[in-house]
Design a protein around this ligand. Structure first.
Ligand code: ZN
Length: 297
């Protein structure tokens, strides 16, 4: 257990690192955004940011919610490394080790989506919900599934974006853009897949475009599978695609339609507006989730 009430949190993303010193959403005492360039430069600036807080004994643990793939197996020789990533310079980077050895504090690392899931569980929309699910639908698609407040781990971290869902060929001939699976959930429904279909970013596509019914159908098909296999008490949908708020009612309706009365619970049958929701912490889920992770170490 820590004697400090303040913690360090790093939301390590592919475009920027958000570093914060906080005890929770109400008390963020310092925050900085560092562009993700090379590991030397970005990790160097990250370490510099935390140095005075460590020296003053204000923090003694740091949580890292990191873009991936990250090795999360604590028995592995590459635990806490970003492994093989298409992001230039970052393959085989020991993110956790670099922070830990430079600052000599306790560190914990998880995936970016697990981080957001932890933030929403601790202080956000999934508070008190166990098990809970947070899904990001943006440039990538991934899920953080928490049991007893901890990300579920198996052989590896979960890869909830890559499940197979029915492809609506009649309305959507797009072959999908996942380099591994083509038309898996991520390959059909992530931001870049939308952009490829229209030749422009999703934001510029009109709300009335019939494509959004197809998109909502894909999201609902995936959620239906998670509801049937994982039975989360609540589902939070974040990420750039879900910033289009009016997708929510479409997704909720379609989930009810696909389940067709089979899952007999008020959360599905009558209270679905409160069951499939947007993040309560907005774009702070990840950085605050890193604080929640630091508190657990
Ligand atoms: Zn895939």
């Amino acid at each position: 257990m820590t004697s400090s009430t303040l913690f360090g949190g790093i939301e390590a993303g592919g475009t920027k690192f958000v570093c914060i010193v906080a005890s929770g959403p109400e008390q963020v005492i310092e925050q900085v955004r560092i562009p993700t360039t090379t590991p030397e430069e970005t990790l160097g600036k990250t370490i510099e940011f935390f140095q005075p807080f460590v020296a003053a004994r204000q923090i003694d643990s740091i949580g890292i919610a990191c873009f991936g793939p990250v090795d999360l197996d604590s028995d592995s020789s590459t635990y806490g490394f970003i492994t093989a990533t298409p992001k230039p310079h970052w393959s085989n980077t020991d993110v956790r080790g670099a922070i830990q050895s430079a600052l000599n504090v306790r560190t914990a690392i998880t995936t970016d989506v697990n981080g957001a899931a932890l933030g929403e569980f601790q202080w956000g929309a999934n508070r008190g919900c166990d098990p809970s699910l947070y899904l990001t639908i943006g440039t990538g698609i991934g899920g953080g599934y928490l049991v007893d407040g901890k990300p579920l781990m198996g052989l590896l971290a979960l890869e909830m974006g890559h499940i197979r869902i029915p492809h609506d060929f009649a309305r959507d001939p797009f072959p999908g853009n996942c380099p591994f699976h083509g038309d898996c959930f991520e390959g059909l429904a992530n931001g870049p897949a939308i952009q490829k279909r229209f030749g422009s970013r999703g934001e510029s596509i009109h709300d009335d475009d019939p494509f959004w019914d197809v998109e909502a159908g894909y999201i609902a098909a995936a959620l239906t599978n998670y509801i049937l296999t994982l039975s989360p008490k609540k589902i939070v949908l974040g990420g750039g695609v879900m910033a289009r708020e009016y997708l929510f009612p479409k997704v909720r309706r379609k989930v009810q339609e696909l389940l067709n009365g089979y899952v007999v619970h008020p959360s599905i049958l009558t209270d679905i507006d409160g069951y499939i929701v947007s993040p309560a912490l907005g774009n702070r889920s990840g950085s605050l989730g890193a604080i929640a992770l630091a508190q657990m170490t």
